[in-house]
Design a protein. Structure first.
Length: 757
């Protein structure tokens, strides 16, 4: 790519073009004299449209990581005897792959394509030379598509310009299998495999399929006419949990490997341990005798930076339920990242902006009514900057409306029959949200009047004390007494992590027991000294991939607490090794420049009995927190969980591409708020907007969570529309119904196979 004038700053992004858009858009590929994207291998580099050149394959992982935007999550897979071997990326350069084929004697074997990223190049700081030219070398992925190249430029004078070009990577004849990202054990699915012939002559050959963790069949001899394409259907049966892959080959023309994960369908039994990793950490964990599959996952937290980046990724798919945290992250994220030593790049800035917009849109709906239940939403919209006029105005109005419902005695209303503890924590959360002197003075008066009752030695709790401190409702003497209550509740274990002990019956403003992350974060905000680092380490250890810190209240408190973290001095590198029964199964090297990563180590675990698990570090990494999760899947024995809670799932006739109604009949105690979670089979697209009979908490293609309150009959009927995209016999996940006020009271319906025509 060429840019003028001299000393111009370029940002380059490469991604596949959408087919429909590309067909409608004329090619903007520059002439060869201007296209300075050099071929690393003339025989296999991505060529111009119609050139028929093959993208080069490479094993240079470092180069690939440089091309793609920085990933906040790094995963390493381990293997053990008797377990499916972990998937291997196509990491050999093309010349080495050719050498391997020559040594194997298979002259007809095509190179296998296995690297299929979406956006694979992000170069935000390309500087042109004195002639206004810049050269960017890169390796084209194995995806056969038209690649879109977006270039943005700015010079020292502030002038800006941009351009879009494209190039094609293709083959004369190629295969294109469509494979889902995951299947469940026992799934029998029909997968389309397209064979495309771009030449002017017919081609014939043998189409073969092989699987890892899959039993694949259905291929055979095929013929494709000139410039034509055919679609063959192959059958794949998920036969072994863990990493899987489907390898498809057409004669000597092309071969492609698509990777996936095969999930167990048994009942999960999880055990977790965590702590600070200082030298080594070990534990003995046992799996049940009837275990069908077991997996060990270790999450390493080199520092808070990685958690913030991971949370930014997680909120991209978050529901309206998480709107307060999503908005807060969008508003505060850039300053927090900068304070932690990693100013956000343009990609992160764009993600933060998107989070802020999504959060605002959901907060607008949440704040149509304002009362104590909306205190967190009011507090978060109040973080909007003054130059955001719409959000700023909404914040002013919302604070005023919340202040208007403050009672004359300084408290805010709670449901009849609530405890004094809930009254105080609700009042503190509302005063924190309103953040106005008059309301705060009134609320402080309520705290003073109720102090002797709420904080008597036998009932005093650190959670409520921390909330009163957070809201600024205590004078200096009272604040010191409250800090003592918090400090006395904190203990530091041999693992280096802090724990906060609360009396039975402590609840948050919503009437539910507070989540662990919120309690830890509020304690860290309330205390200084030796307790804070241990509390922050425990907070990081409480984070889990996919789930984050928990609900929005916990996530907001964690975001505020992590701002207090100190990165400390990290070594240039340090290896962490995971051992099972003394045998190394996987390792990862932490690097100081990658402190923004969250590292996940995975390995199959022994199925039966007690075994010794060990994490060993070859150096010292200040504040390195870890979480070890051992999950064993055992056979279902019918419906499980609490008696009286039950959900029955049904569906209309299922056909690929046709929307179908999924029904859930829920039974349980009347006048109780219940949460129903359903996990449809793989390949189902859920339409959350079609929900009837309940309130949507969150929905994606993985699951849907619904809030429902049963009437006097103790029954409710829920419905949602879903569209299957895969044909075959596919298993649902488990469907659960639980009390919202106590998630431990739960009823579970085991997975069920569904047939899709």
């Amino acid at each position: 790519m060429t840019a003028r004038p001299a000393a111009t700053l370029l940002a380059l992004v490469l991604m596949p073009s959408c087919g429909a858009e590309m067909d409608a858009e004329p090619s903007m590929a520059p002439p060869p004299a201007e296209q300075e994207m050099k071929r690393a291998d003339s025989g296999r580099a991505g060529g111009a449209p119609g050139g028929g050149a093959r993208p080069k394959m490479t094993g240079n992982r470092a180069a690939r990581e440089e091309m793609a935007p920085a990933a906040p999550m790094v995963e390493a897979l381990g293997d053990m005897e008797g377990a499916a071997a972990p998937m291997k990326k196509a990491e050999k350069p093309a010349d080495e792959a050719e050498k391997d084929r020559a040594q194997s004697g298979d002259d007809e074997a095509p190179a296998t394509r296995a690297w299929f990223p979406e956006t694979f190049l992000w170069r935000p700081l390309v500087i042109t030379d004195e002639a206004g030219l810049a050269t960017v070398n890169f390796t084209v992925p194995d995806t056969l598509t038209t690649w879109r190249v977006l270039g943005l430029a700015a010079n020292r004078d502030g002038a800006q310009a941009g351009s879009v070009t494209s190039f094609m990577s293709t083959l004369p004849v190629y295969v294109d299998p469509v494979v889902p990202e995951k299947l469940r054990l026992g799934d029998r699915v029909f997968l389309p495999v397209q064979v495309v012939n771009t030449t002017e002559e017919s081609v014939s050959g043998l189409l073969t399929v092989e699987g890892l963790g899959l039993t694949a069949s259905g291929a055979g001899q095929v013929t494709v006419g000139p410039g034509g394409a055919i679609v063959e259907r192959v059958t794949a049966v998920a036969s072994q949990p863990g990493p899987g892959r489907l390898a498809v080959r057409f004669a000597s023309a092309d071969a492609a490997v698509k990777e996936l994960v095969i999930e167990p369908t048994g009942r999960p039994n999880a055990q977790s341990r965590g702590g600070l990793l200082v030298g080594a950490a070990s534990m003995d964990l046992a799996t049940p005798s009837d275990t069908e599959h077991a997996e060990l996952r270790v999450t390493l937290h080199p520092g808070p930076l990685g958690l913030l980046r991971a949370e930014l990724n997680r909120t991209a798919g978050a529901s309206a339920y998480d709107a307060p945290f999503t908005f807060a992250l969008g508003v505060d994220g850039a300053a927090t990242l900068t304070a932690l030593g990693a100013a956000p790049d343009e990609a992160a800035v764009a993600s933060l902006r998107s989070a802020r917009i999504r959060g605002y849109q959901s907060l607008v709906r949440q704040l149509r009514e304002v009362g104590p239940d909306q205190a967190l939403a009011v507090a978060m919209i109040s973080r909007a900057p003054e130059d955001d006029e719409l959000a700023w105005r909404l914040a002013e109005v919302s604070r005023q409306r919340l202040a208007e419902v403050q009672r004359p005695d300084g408290s805010w209303t709670v449901p009849q029959g609530s405890t004094v503890q809930r009254l105080l924590v609700t009042t503190a959360s509302c005063a924190w949200a309103v953040n106005e002197t008059g309301s705060r003075v009134l609320a402080a008066g309520a705290v003073e009047r109720l102090y002797d009752v709420a904080f008597a030695p036998e009932v005093a709790d650190a959670y409520t004390a921390a909330w009163v401190l957070r809201a600024g409702l205590a004078d200096s003497a009272t604040a010191e007494a409250l800090r003592t209550i918090v400090k006395d509740a904190v203990s530091i274990g041999g693992d280096g992590l802090a724990r906060v002990t609360l009396p039975a019956g402590v609840v948050g403003p919503d009437g539910r027991p507070p989540q662990e992350a919120e309690v830890l974060a509020l304690a860290a905000l309330a205390l200084e000294g030796d307790e804070r680092p241990a509390l922050l380490a425990a907070l990081m250890s409480a984070w889990a991939p996919g789930r984050g810190f928990g609900g929005p209240a916990a996530s907001v408190a964690a975001l505020d607490a992590l701002k207090l973290s100190s990165l400390g001095t990290k070594p240039e590198s340090m290896a962490v090794v995971l051992k099972i029964d003394g045998v190394e199964v996987t390792r990862h090297t932490l690097r100081a420049e990658a402190v923004g990563e969250v590292v996940v180590l995975r390995a199959p675990a022994p199925k039966v009995g007690e075994h010794h698990y060990e994490l060993v570090a070859d150096g010292a990494w200040p504040g390195l927190a870890y979480r070890m999760d051992l999950t064993a899947w055992t056979p279902w024995t019918g419906e499980t969980g609490s008696s009286g809670l039950k959900v029955i799932v049904g569906h209309d006739e299922l056909s690929v591409g046709d929307p179908a109604q999924i029904t859930m009949t829920v039974s349980g105690p009347e006048s109780q708020s219940l949460l129903v979670e359903h996990r449809p089979p793989v390949g189902f697209r859920l339409d959350g907007s079609s929900l009837t009979g309940g309130t949507l908490v969150r929905a994606d293609d993985e699951s849907i969570v619904i809030r429902v309150t049963l009437g006097s009959s103790g029954l409710a009927s829920l419905g949602v529309v879903a569209t299957p995209t895969l044909a075959g016999t596919l298993s649902t996940g488990a469907t659960s119904v639980s009390l919202e006020s106590n998630p431990n009271v739960i009823g579970v319906t085991p997975p069920t196979p569904w047939t899709v025509e």
